[in-house]
Design a protein around this ligand. Structure first.
Ligand code: SF4
Ligand code: SF4
Length: 112
């Protein structure tokens, strides 16, 4: 009987889940999401590449940098070891990795 009462009570309550993506989800403050790289702040020391435990960051000649977001384990070591002030690499609160636009999905470089 107890379970029926609970079911009736819940029938009149609003759903606990949100109607995402119509209703935006705001991650909690210390959420670690997609890497954001700010090329204008970067001093090219490559410490982020060195400390990344999974090789998700690759520097190429002429300062070009590639991120493999699929490899990233969101450990934040790249950000913690970046000596630039303000940080040239940061983990953002962006968690949306699905989009019809491929460029948008793989966008890590932030133009300031
Ligand atoms: S968060 Fe960790 S795994 Fe992801 S790029 Fe930075 S160092 Fe590499
Ligand atoms: S650690 Fe920071 S300053 Fe050094 S290369 Fe990486 S992003 Fe640039």
């Amino acid at each position: 009987m107890k379970i029926e009462i609970e079911a009736i009570k819940n029938f009149f309550k609003r759903p606990f889940t949100r109607r995402y993506p119509k209703v935006r989800v705001i991650p909690f403050p210390r959420f670690l999401g997609r890497i954001h790289y700010f090329p204008k702040r970067c001093i090219g020391c490559r410490l982020c590449e060195k400390y990344c435990p999974v090789g998700a960051i690759k520097f190429h000649k002429k300062g070009k940098i590639d991120f493999d977001q699929g490899l990233c384990i969101f450990c934040k070591l790249c950000e913690d070891n970046c000596p630039a002030k303000p940080k040239a690499i940061k983990l953002s609160n962006d968690f949306e990795y699905a989009d019809k636009n491929k460029k948008k999905v793989s966008k890590n470089v932030v133009d300031e």
